[in-house]
Design a protein around this ligand. Structure first.
Ligand code: SAH
Length: 416
């Protein structure tokens, strides 16, 4: 949604107001160099300290951003990390709003864009830059709200953010999951903590009639893989009468959806016994039969299956991010290629492989290339049936590729 140099966030409703002078009295402002300014006009959202022509990036705060000629680029957060300036969207006038006003408006716009809050649902309410709230993720699991804060400015503003979230969502608990590596860049601690209400170790959400347990303090990410909702729905649709292999299953969300969709049997494979125990409990709680769990290294399991001539109608391959940094890219690509090749070989005729990558550093074209290499030389054709990503509550900004990290491909084995 572009409007001139600035643009309005999801469901924004705040009109961007024309150019201002950067030197208005009392305005905390930062001016970018000419090169960075042209990148900003093209949609770049992040800048380094040496992109700044005028103004200080420290201390971390909300500033008015301008291009080299003083033309307004909206608001931005400054910070202590390598990414020193992160754009935070247009704002009326030429000043900087106070934190309550700023976060009040941004949170309201983000939450309103998700539609009515369904009491028992899991939903991402704030997706960082995509909601013009850089360094903030907010997930809601029924009446528990979990934050992930990776910006020093957002951290300082929690006293303005948390009461708003409580008021808007009626949350019984607000938890900060601070065990994310990105916090280190802004010199923030790694201790998760309760920000509001009572401590809740376990809650549950309902998705498509299925109940999933969510552990906000020690579950993966903020407690659950909300981003795979569209892929779970697809698996459920495809599962009728099928045998399903759910690799890197975690607590078996895909396997459970497959069984709910009428799968004959589902095998969940993960190296974590604790995660598999939750998968078994999840099947029981939902009255689902036909789940087998195997605690194993998924690579080894695939090779064992290959050696015994196993075959499956539907395979889900949802590994953790293999490339945590650019340096790990080559090894990661090899890992994805091997896994996909092994999995494709285990497909029954007409079978489907749902293959995923959540590595930021592996782009969609790159991932498709890896899958192409994995499919080369197989004795059947591999057809790409669908491309999926995270759900609508994880909107991606097209000029900010970092906001689009999850790639999901549905492949089908076609014989003859
Ligand atoms: N598919 C899951 C999310 C997967 S997260 C869902 O939709 O909820 C990745 C999982 O891979 C974790 O549970 C982790 O324990 C597991 N894992 C990581 N490396 C593994 C390996 N080499 N073999 C088996 N499991 C592994």
């Amino acid at each position: 949604m572009w409007r001139g140099d600035g643009f309005v966030g999801v469901g924004g409703g705040l009109d961007y107001v024309a150019a201002v002078t950067s030197s208005a009295a009392g305005v905390s402002s930062i001016r970018l160099h000419a090169k960075a300014s042209s990148l900003a006009r093209a949609g770049r959202l992040w800048f380094f300290a040496d992109d700044v022509l005028e103004g200080d990036v420290l201390p971390p705060r909300l500033v008015r951003l301008a291009d080299e000629a003083g033309r307004d680029l909206g608001l931005a957060f400054t910070g202590a990390g390598k990414i020193a300036v992160r754009r935070a969207g247009g704002w009326p006038g030429d000043g900087v709003p106070d934190r309550e006003t700023f976060f009040g408006a941004r949170l309201e716009a983000a939450i309103a864009a998700r539609g009515p809050l369904v009491p028992e649902a899991g939903v991402r309410l704030v997706h960082g830059e995509s909601d013009w709230l850089p360094g903030l993720v907010v997930d809601r699991y029924a009446d528990v709200v979990v934050l992930q804060v990776t910006s020093a400015f957002v951290e300082q503003a929690l006293d303005a953010i948390v009461p708003r979230l409580v008021e808007r969502t009626g949350a019984a608990a607000v938890i900060a999951r601070n065990d994310v590596g990105a916090r280190r860049h802004e010199a923030l601690d790694g201790d998760s903590r309760l920000l509001h209400g009572r401590r809740v170790d376990e809650t549950a959400i309902v998705e498509g009639g299925l109940r999933h347990v969510v552990r906000p303090f020690d579950g993966h990410k903020t407690g659950f893989y909300l981003d795979q909702r569209p892929a779970r729905a697809l698996v459920r649709e495809l599962a009728v009468g099928r045998t399903v292999l759910d690799l890197f299953s975690y607590q078996g969300a895909f396997a459970l959806h497959a069984l709910a969709g009428g799968a004959r049997a589902a095998v969940a494979v993960d190296q974590s016994e604790a995660a598999l125990a939750r998968a078994v409990a999840g099947a029981r709680a939902n009255g689902l039969e036909g789940l087998t769990t195997i605690a194993a290294n998924a690579f080894d399991h695939l090779r064992t299956e290959r050696d015994r001539g196993g075959s499956h109608d539907l395979i889900v391959l949802d590994p953790p991010a293999f490339a945590k940094s650019r340096r790990e890219l080559r090894g990661a690509e090899r890992g994805y290629r091997d896994l996909n090749r092994l999995a494709l070989r285990l497909l029954a005729p007409g079978g489907h492989l749902l293959t995923c990558s959540c590595s930021h550093h592996v782009s969609l074209p790159r991932f498709e290339d890896i899958v192409r290499q994995a499919a080369a030389g197989l004795p059947f054709r591999t057809v790409l049936r669908r491309r999926l990503g995270a759900g609508d509550d994880h909107p991606a900004v097209v000029t900010h590729p970092e906001s689009e990290y999850l790639k999901v491909l549905l492949l089908q084995r076609c014989d003859g």
